[in-house]
Design a binder for this molecule. Sequence first.
Ligand code: HEC
Length: 109
Amino acid sequence: MTIRRSVWLAGLAAVVLPMSSAMAGDVAAGKEKSAVCAACHGQTGESVAPDFPKLAGQHEDYLLRALKDYKAGHRKNPIMTAQVENLSPADMADLAAYYAAQEGLYVKR
Ligand code: HEC
């Protein structure tokens, strides 16, 4: 892909993505907030052991829903309940955006 085309596409994404999802999280902010998650889910969401679900490349909506469900007690898991305890809605949106933006490696196995 040429540089001009990449720049054009990035510009298009910058305009279209916020419109498609008003609540979209901030990937860069999510990266910073993900430091505590890395112990189990890996730095890029490619989890370190089979016990921990891979977050890389999962759908943003799905990740956000999972975090909200842990927080609300609709989804019960002692480890994750403790993890989301101090997260704000914006934190959860940022984290979901960050992991969704990582390359999912399922296909490479
Ligand atoms: C101590 C290990 C540990 C840490 C730290 C941790 N998690 Fe988890 N996470 C888990 C486990 C175990 C599960 C699976 C729980 C279940 O079965 O519901 C999980 C599940 C999840 C899921 C649901 C995934 C799916 O496919 O349904 C999300 C999203 C998630 N974690 C995000 C996070 C985020 C964001 C952080 C940091 C704020 C974090 N986790 C920190 C262990 C951890």
